[in-house]
Design a protein around this ligand. Structure first.
Ligand SMILES: Nc1ncnc2c1ncn2[C@@H]1O[C@H](COP(=O)(O)OP(=O)(O)O)[C@@H](O)[C@H]1O
Ligand SMILES: Nc1ncnc2c1ncn2[C@H]1C[C@H](O)[C@@H](COP(=O)(O)O)O1
Length: 204
């Protein structure tokens, strides 16, 4: 079984992925953040580094897709390859931080890869508004993310809403996380588990 957690920066994907992996004993796949050779430079100069970062994330995410296909294990994944293309790369192009030429080049590689990508059995979308995302990014305290603007997060949130409203590739569970504290409150985590189990009824 393949479950993926999706959502904007700071929504709580890594936290929930870790908790679900421990709770169910599933293997977890995380994003390539700490050893990412471009992320810090990207936040210092988005226009200069956007193409290199997108290619890096695309390769790293495709490696995960391959692993999921080959492993045969139950896997929970922190963010999907769809988000790189349909949320981040598209948004950078909209904001003129990724040129049309580079975006088209990127999109043609992504479209080739897409035929090898299977949708997760369940996609869990953590929906959060921008002030709450800002609070959680601040709480996490990665220095290079201090430059993330409200405008950038708002545009990403708009892209997420559009993408999720058109998502038909598989089962989808939307969780509004702003009034939940699944880190500190076991009942909030229990609420999420109930929703997941209702969606996966029969697969467990
Ligand atoms: N529902 C929540 N309630 C309280 N704190 C949360 C919640 N979700 C995430 N956090 C905190 O917010 C920060 C960002 O969460 P993280 O899981 O890294 O987000 P993401 O992986 O989506 O970027 C972390 O410090 C985490 O502990
Ligand atoms: N495809 C991407 N383009 C730009 N930035 C990206 C992409 N994928 C992830 N990121 C950034 C956003 C955050 O700063 C870190 C980690 O993501 P998070 O949502 O906090 O787990 O990488």
């Amino acid at each position: 079984m393949h479950i993926a957690v999706t959502g904007n920066i700071g929504a709580g994907k890594t936290t929930l992925t870790t908790m679900l992996s421990k709770h169910y004993g599933w293997d977890a796949q995380f994003e390539d953040v700490d050893h990412n050779p471009y992320l810090e430079d990207f936040y210092a100069d988005m226009s200069k580094w956007s193409f290199a970062l997108q290619i890096y994330f695309l390769g790293s995410r495709f490696r995960q897709v391959k692993e999921i296909r080959e492993s045969g294990k139950n896997i929970i994944q922190d963010r999907t390859i769809y988000e790189d293309a349909h949320i981040f790369a598209e948004n950078l192009n909209d904001m003129n931080l990724l040129s049309d030429r580079d975006f088209n080049n990127y999109a043609s590689v992504f479209n080739l890869m897409k035929s090898f990508v299977s949708a997760p059995d369940l996609l869990i979308y953590l929906k959060s508004d921008v002030p709450n995302l800002v609070k959680k990014i601040y709480k996490r305290g990665r220095e290079y993310e201090a430059s993330i603007s409200i405008e950038y997060l708002s545009k990403l949130n708009q892209k997420y809403e559009k993408w999720i409203s058109n998502y038909t590739e598989g089962k989808l569970l939307i969780i509004e996380v702003d009034d939940l504290d699944f880190v500190e409150k076991p009942e909030d985590f229990g609420f999420i588990l109930e929703k997941i189990e209702a969606e996966l009824n029969g697969l467990f």
